[in-house]
Design a protein around this ligand. Structure first.
Ligand code: EPZ
Length: 414
């Protein structure tokens, strides 16, 4: 089994550009299905979740080719409407194809996404919206058979769900009539998706606010788009520098997208300077900070909780985390404890008692961001760590070893 071998204790120095955002490119690739002409997507990161999405597009009869960090998708003649079970299980966020397949093909078949490492991942909001838009959904034997046609509707989300917002946007672009999404997710990735859809000729407005309006049924055309920088990868690298010490500059990311993360790092004692497309951080001995509560954007991003916790595990104080987005997003805590961290979990609350030092250990990634957290901790630990479960990390980090090595880290993949 492959593993990262990390020699801790070396400060990081240097500059690194983050790759395109996983959580933006996945819905954008699904959106390509709505266009009857070729789409070109630049800054498309080479991640296993992206590979799975390209495989789904090919399974649906599209041409999907990677040329470096550009992907070309031709959905001029899709033939299928079923998302393969194996790919659905591999990547639960494949549910994002539901709206696009149903919108383009008038029918969609997919198995209900399993839970994942973060706890149950229901899709009730996605399904309720599809029904509100006139779709019928038959649930049989763990699979969903959805049929259209779809019409515009006024959808109110009880939770500003990112995936549900994106699925409804995609379905609404194809549906005849106007769809209003109230209490929509406001994440930057939603704005990136709207930008792409407008490139294709769709009439979508309001992304970034809580109300999105789609005037659907327009004939679309092909388009070209450069995916936004990955704010969670940027947050991870900044946390790594806070943990290991030193000074780094992360480029290719809009500093506003991670301002709640950088404010925590500043409060912990780091010097943080932001520019339009970059963030600079100089580390210092870390202090505990006021409670970190995860929340929908623009609140503190749940995906940055684990990496930030890993950095604050070695600090001169206590920090309380409250994970409000997912039921089970502390599975990295036990692994951090093997490195000497002193963290107590009570339900959604994790109390991090900072310790003066962490030590290297053999640890196992439990999920994508929990795995990244182990790398962050290992970089700041004394001695060598061995991290397994890399398939989790490969889902969201294109070249963690390469990027960290660029900044002087002692890390290799064996
Ligand atoms: C997206 O997941 C991201 N994934 C997640 O990133 C991110 O953590 C999450 O948004 C929150 O920001 C992608 O974009 C591919 P949600 P998603 O629907 O869409 C509940 C990573 O590490 N809910 O906003 O699945 C749900 O259970 C990943 O990159 C329902 O109850 O998140 C959760 O508790 C992890 N019913 C909450 O809402 C539904 O129908 C937020 O989920 C849908 C969601």
């Amino acid at each position: 089994m492959s593993a990262y071998i990390v020699g801790g204790g070396r400060p990081l120095e240097g500059s690194v550009e983050v790759h395109g955002a996983k959580n933006s490119v996945l819905p954008i690739l699904a959106a390509c299905l709505l266009a009857p002409e070729e789409c070109v997507v630049h800054s498309c990161p080479d991640l296993s979740d992206v590979t799975a999405s390209l495989d789904i597009l090919r399974h649906l009869g599209c041409r999907a080719e990677r040329q470096g960090d550009t992907v070309v998708v031709d959905a001029s003649g899709p033939t299928g409407c079923d998302v393969p079970d194996a790919l659905m299980r591999e990547m639960r966020s494949s549910v994002i194809f539901l709206g696009a397949v149903l919108g383009r093909m008038g029918e969609a078949k997919l198995c209900t996404p399993g839970g994942c490492e973060l706890g149950p991942r229901p899709i009730d909001l996605h399904l309720a919206a599809i029904r509100a838009m006139g779709g019928s959904i038959e649930e049989r034997g763990g699979g969903l058979h959805c049929t259209g046609p779809l019409h515009g509707a006024d959808v109110v989300l009880s939770i500003p769900s990112v995936g549900a917002t994106e699925n409804i946007m995609l379905a609404a672009v194809a549906a005849k009539g106007t769809t209003t999404i109230t209490n929509a997710a406001r994440e930057p990735e939603i704005v990136d998706l709207q930008t792409f859809l407008r490139q294709l000729g769709a009439d979508v407005r309001g992304a970034g606010s809580s109300v999105i309006v789609v005037r659907g049924g327009k004939r679309l055309h092909g388009g070209e788009h450069r995916v936004m920088g990955d704010r969670i990868v940027a947050a991870t690298y900044l946390a790594a520098a806070a943990s290991a010490g030193g000074q780094v500059e992360v480029t290719g990311v809009d500093y506003r997208h991670l301002s709640t993360v950088t404010s925590v790092l500043s409060e912990a004692g780091c010097v943080v300077k932001s520019g339009p497309d970059r963030v600079y951080l100089r580390s210092a001995p870390l202090r505990g900070v006021r409670p970190v509560r995860t929340a929908p954007y623009p609140g503190f991003p749940t995906d940055a909780q684990a990496p930030l916790m890993a950095a604050l595990a070695k600090s001169g104080g206590c920090t309380v985390f409250v994970e409000n987005m997912f039921e089970s997003r502390y599975r990295h805590v036990d692994e951090l404890a093997r490195m000497g961290a002193d963290i107590h979990v009570e339900g959604r609350v994790a109390v991090v008692y900072g310790v003066p030092a962490l030590h290297g250990a053999q640890v196992q990634a439990t999920d994508l961001r929990g795995g990244a957290a182990l790398v962050v901790a290992a970089l700041g630990a004394e001695g060598e760590s061995r991290i397994t479960g890399l398939h989790h990390i490969d889902r969201g980090y294109q070249d963690l070893v390469g990027d960290l090595t660029l900044m002087g880290a002692d890390i290799r993949r064996e």
